[in-house]
Design a protein around this ligand. Sequence first.
Ligand SMILES: NC(=O)c1ccc[n+]([C@@H]2O[C@H](COP(=O)([O-])OP(=O)(O)OC[C@H]3O[C@@H](n4cnc5c(N)ncnc54)[C@H](O)[C@@H]3O)[C@@H](O)[C@H]2O)c1
Length: 594
Amino acid sequence: GTVRLSKIIGLQEALKIILPGGAVNAKKAKKIGLVDKVIPSFESFPGQHTFWRGVTAFAKSKLWGKPTRVYTRPNKTWGDYFLNSTSIGNWMVGREAARGLDKMAKGRYPGPYFALDSTINAVSASHLDAEKLEAKYFGKLGGSSQSKALISLFKMMEGSKKFQEKCGGEGISPKKVGIVGAGVMGSQIAVLCAKKGLKVYIRDIKQQFVDKGVGLVASTFNAQVAKKRMSQEKANSKIALVTGGTGVEGFRDCDLIIEAAVELMPLKKKIFKELEKVTKPECVLATNTSSLSITELASVLENPSRCVGIHFFNPVGKMPLVEVIRCPSTSHDMVATGYRFALKLGKVPVICNDCPGFVVNRILGIYMGEAVKLAMEGCKLPFVDDALLEFGMPMGPFRLMDEVGLDVAAHVAPVLENGLGERYKSDPRYAELIKSNPQFLGKKTGAGFYKYNAKGKQGPLNSVFVRKLNNLVTSNSNASKKAIKDRCVMVMLNEACMILEENMVNCPEDLDLAMVMGTGFAPFTGGLLSYADFRGIPSIVKRMEWLEKRCGTRFKPHKTLVKMAKDGTRFFPDRPDPKKVRQIPIKECPRSKL
Ligand SMILES: NC(=O)c1ccc[n+]([C@@H]2O[C@H](COP(=O)([O-])OP(=O)(O)OC[C@H]3O[C@@H](n4cnc5c(N)ncnc54)[C@H](O)[C@@H]3O)[C@@H](O)[C@H]2O)c1
């Protein structure tokens, strides 16, 4: 807690744990003096006796040995002594931490401000007074909307681990995985599989592509060795898990195969037919497609119950969400195996039914489309991006399109339009602009809406491209940031209601989890539907009706929302009443007297 931790490990180390809400592993905990002894893990003993003997011996030494020191971490250097054990040093540490708070809290999370104030106070206050302040702050934060939202999110993440409940089947936890295509996605999936101890066979059409993919695995683990995060021996054992080739022999004993070849339906069909012949009947045949129909792909199989979509996001190592897509023919067991595979890789899986764009790209598609409409109405791009950053998105929509690739986003738009309707229609002049400027496809080409340096760091607006875009603009929009935020969020909300109505996800929780984990949707709101609950459905409906009159029928509130407003219901009726919780604005947070 904020009162005792600094007394045990010193202010400097304590703040490193308290402010970001971080965790330390056993080795680090011992090093910084947080724990007195580390006993090898329970699993490393054949029987339980040695473990418990170790624990008992240690406990006895504590009970009948010398009393525990209050501050167990010795100040190793004079610098340590100065910063941890003098008031001026404590003041400097606290001030340095306060400076970093705004960046850490992103103007949204009050917790770190209260925690810092309480920790600093505890350095000089009496133990009782310090605990009183800690309790007061804890009570205040615990009642905030941010706290309720983050707790709901945590519960949803915990709930996602219960695979039997989610999948309705048992499946198996795959031991050997096959990957088709050693490109951007296939090679990253191979790295992650090896990291988690799974055997992999990766196949591509040419040996040089295979070598490149397998090479990524080797270079990733060797880089860990260079950074002293892994022993060479362990890295070698991970690297040895991944083999590859141009043939299909390596697929014979796989429990799950994920296809990550180029995004072409005829090619994927051919691969699936071939896989069905060479694999064992219980092996899951999965695809990583981001836009093609899983149902159509399954139709080429003699046993279509084997086909599942397992949609990873790029970069695979960083993005927590995996959409597990079932089509009408997919069996519960195959879904369960796909789901357990994602869990094994440390991901948050969300099951959805087969529809264009699945959940995340379907909602992001409409969001990006709205941003482009705002640009075509004359809104300045950084103004739109700022508005959505203020809302709590991890990056603005234009910055996001640069990240995804302008060509990729433009390629997905017609797929969504064909499958879902007019609301996804984009201005053909905009599509033409992207097509005729292959040098401006976003981060990967060094410029899109913004410019990027060689390391991929965002620079200023790309004035050449923006000028071309501005030539297409006919009006001069004066949309406020509030209107921009509402337009972008409310089109997403309407789409989310359609997804629920079509039963594309099991429950509203799954949709919110997918939004936060797959798009970074403002986590302190708990997700898109939680946000709507918190803002109040009747007020949302009113705002949408206002937008409908001015901007078009895509804002006509979905009938689910209208009914909910009329009946006074919410998406999450079991959660605390949003009227009784309050968002704590950052300006109300204590600023430590430093
Ligand atoms: N790149 C992304 O951001 C992203 C994100 C999510 C999903 N996806 C999906 O993942 C899949 C792969 O995308 P990518 O970006 O890795 O593509 P990529 O072009 O980087 O890699 C595709 C690889 O497949 C290989 N290939 C082609 N035909 C093959 C065959 N018959 N057998 C084996 N290998 C074959 C190619 O040689 C190439 O190495 C696509 O379906 C894409 O929609 C991509």
